[in-house]
Ligand binder design. Sequence first.
Ligand code: 5GP
Ligand code: MN
Length: 348
Amino acid sequence: MELKQYLSPDDINTWHRMVGQATNIVVLGHAGPDGDAMGAILALTHWLHKQGKQAVAMTPNPCPDFLSWLPGFSDVVFAKMARYKAQRLLNEADLLILLDFNAISRLEDLAPSVEACCAPRIMIDHHLNPEHCAELIVSDSAAAATCEVLFCMMHQLGAYDDIDTDIAECLYCGLMTDTGAFAYNSNRPELFHIISMLLDKGIDKDQIYRNVFYSYTEGRLRLMGYLLYEKMQYYAEEHTAVFSLTKEEMKRFNYVRGDAEGFVNLPLQIKGTRLSISLREDTEKALIRVSLRSIGSFRCDQMAEQFFNGGGHHNAAGGTLPNPMSEALKVVDQAIAASREQLINIES
Ligand code: 5GP
Ligand code: MN
């Protein structure tokens, strides 16, 4: 089966020139890194090490614990916890590779340091409308994950043999998490071709599933029950669910980072649901994180841009609102009202 050839002959030259000339490479993932961001930055970092490069994986802040099994995890620099080291690495960098985000602003607190860094940039991503902030941009919004784009790129560059079990585990993690374990956004045969090529590298996909999805805290499960039973509002006519989570509630359920991961998908299990919106108070900043998920034609990215200072993909998007929660919930009401006709009449 043919895999996508993302790189033109010029792109291939550019890649070899940029990576060839670089000695100190910083491989960056977005703030609030998920399985795809972590998988992609670690896979690429491992590969660059094999090419004799000094490469460091970095994200603005830490990822949830359920990703800590990833090979190379302990070497990732979480800038928030290692400010000076992160700044030194950026000062010394002669190449930045940006993975799984389409705009420098997705680096949040780390964005100013990266803006100020003079090193040339390469972006590899799968979000819509990439910002023109890199010399080489390899982006495909049809790809299930950045890890898919990265795999195809490596394959095109003749590096399939360089993919060892560690790299394959990292890539598989990105594919698995960004598709909800192949429950959505994963209908293309090429994806399963790639998975079989990763299985050939000796990964244990069942173990990876357990590492990610069977390693939560007791608090998370109880919080899930609470949110669904007590907090979820269901607008039957609009086929839309909304729930919110405050810091106080998080404390009550001994919340740790990642405990709310994926909750926004749960209401989609109600038959006929077309849109799910979750609001969560940020644990560090005075703002509210908004997540949107839809099934079918409803455009989450457009709602996120219009109402929540964000963006994302067609069926999964996010953004932020200022505190307090009561005001944020009003914005959600306005957003639903603005799309009411569409949500009511949307095809099942
Ligand atoms: P999540 O709901 O998992 O936080 O985010 C889902 C998707 O929405 C992400 O993959 C990303 O594309 C997008 N997204 C989330 N938060 C933001 C944000 O603050 N700004 C933008 N532009 N996109 C976001
Ligand atoms: Mn992704």
